[in-house]
Ligand binder design. Structure first.
Ligand code: DSN
Length: 413
């Protein structure tokens, strides 16, 4: 074989370091998780060699007999998992999935409602710096000022006023259940279609810990690598009515060759999520988030909306320390082996690069096997680090304690 026989240490030593980083620290980014070895094996397979433009049975190149079966398994499994009429498993990402939906259902300039980014929405829900906000006429709804829940009254008022073609529901930094039936009712009144972006909560839906938006939506998009615990990628579910338009929008409209190695990883993950144990996993994520929320509140942190009913918490740092920014908290917690991200809180006076909050998720630590009692320990680590953020010795001591906790829950050998 013409391949080099010497190991590429420059790259593989770094991968080893990343394995060590993931094993030895607390991974609390709400959009991350640990995939199973089976998902990693499928994603690292020879399927990466194959070109497969088109769909099963209708490809542009030969040699797709095996790939067709793999993509069919992925589509069948995900349709069964969510009760959907149609699935497209080719989107390379959640952003591509949403872009494909807009391409399928909208014309440039059409009006769309979406949750504003600074109240927990996503860039592709109409941010002016994103293609969505540049090509379509997005109107933003937000959270209530009182309980910081989705303001459905405002959504309805805006829908009746602007008559959008599409209402986008879903969020990236919203700790509460989003009632899909309420969105459907408003959309029907306004004559709009519904896209439910379930990127963050797909695993909770699959595991029965969040209401399934599929029966109430024209289209549901999600990423496969967050709570669903699959490989990095996207997926679109739709009614049969929109199937042909969605498929045409993804290929040839938006993407070229699908990543069949990623699609095989998705198929494995959909299979894992359909096992009865996955329901316990989803319930565990939610129980851990609730326990972490309670423990952090006990340490003096204010939680946006007062708590959580899903996999994430949005923490307003100002009640803990008025001067502490999300940027500083993220950096010092990283030093202590605790990985999370700074995040704006609703109506944040600070910029998105600084922020007054952090976002914390429990999907990864739940995969590791941690339980509610460990969440109290983690809250203590976070509070200790932030209280002692100018004391390198104490930060090092927390890092040691974090390592001891993580060593009890090894992820990858
Ligand atoms: N970057 C993802 C998240 O962290 O929520 C959204 O695209």
């Amino acid at each position: 074989m013409p391949w080099p026989t010497a190991r590429d240490h420059e790259v593989f030593d770094l991968i080893d370091r990343e394995v060590d980083r993931q094993n030895s620290g607390l991974q609390l980014i709400a959009s991350e998780n640990f995939t199973s070895p089976a998902v990693i094996e499928a994603t690292g397979s020879v399927l990466t060699n194959k070109y497969s433009e088109g769909y099963p049975g209708k490809r542009y190149y030969g040699g797709n007999v095996v790939v067709d079966d793999i993509e069919d398994i992925a589509r069948d499994r995900v349709k069964a998992l969510f009760g959907a009429e149609h699935a497209n498993v080719q989107p390379h990402s959640g952003a591509n999935a949403n872009m494909g939906v807009y391409l399928a259902l909208l014309e440039a300039g059409d009006t769309v409602l979406g949750l504003s980014l600074d109240h927990g929405g996503h860039l592709t829900h109409g941010s002016p710096v994103n293609f969505s906000g540049r090509i379509y006429n997005f109107v933003s709804y937000g959270l209530t000022g009182s309980d910081q829940r989705i303001d459905f009254d405002q959504m309805r008022d805006l829908a009746l006023e602007h008559k959008p073609k599409l209402i986008v529901a879903g969020a990236t930094a919203y700790p509460r259940i989003i009632d899909p039936e309420k969105v459907r009712t408003i959309a029907d009144e306004a004559g709009a279609m519904v896209l439910f972006d379930a990127a963050h909560i797909a695993g909770l839906i699959a595991g029965g810990a969040h209401p399934n938006p599929v029966p109430y939506s024209d289209v549901v998009t999600f990423t496969t690598h967050k709570t669903l615990r699959g490989p990095r990628g996207g997926c679109i579910l739709s009614t049969a009515e929109h199937a042909a338009a969605i498929d045409k929008a993804i290929f040839p409209g938006l993407q070229g060759g699908p990543l069949e190695h990623a699609i095989a990883g998705k198929a494995v993950a959909f299979g894992e999520a359909s096992q009865p144990e996955f329901r316990d996993y989803a319930a565990g994520i939610v129980a851990n988030a609730a326990a972490l929320a309670e423990a952090l509140a006990g340490e003096g942190f204010r939680l946006v909306s007062g708590g959580t009913d899903n996999h994430l918490l949005l923490v307003d740092l100002r009640s803990f320390d008025e001067d502490l920014t999300g940027k500083e908290a993220q950096a010092v917690l990283d030093e202590a082996g605790i990985t999370l991200n700074k995040n704006t809180i609703p109506d944040d006076p600070r910029s998105p690069f600084v922020t007054s909050g952090v976002r914390i998720g429990t999907a990864g630590v739940t995969t590791q096997g941690m339980g509610t009692e460990d969440m109290a320990t983690i809250a203590g680590f976070i509070a200790r680090t932030l209280r002692s953020r100018t004391d390198p010795a104490e930060i090092a001591a927390v890092k040691h304690d974090v390592g001891t906790l993580c060593a009890k829950f090894p992820v990858y050998s």
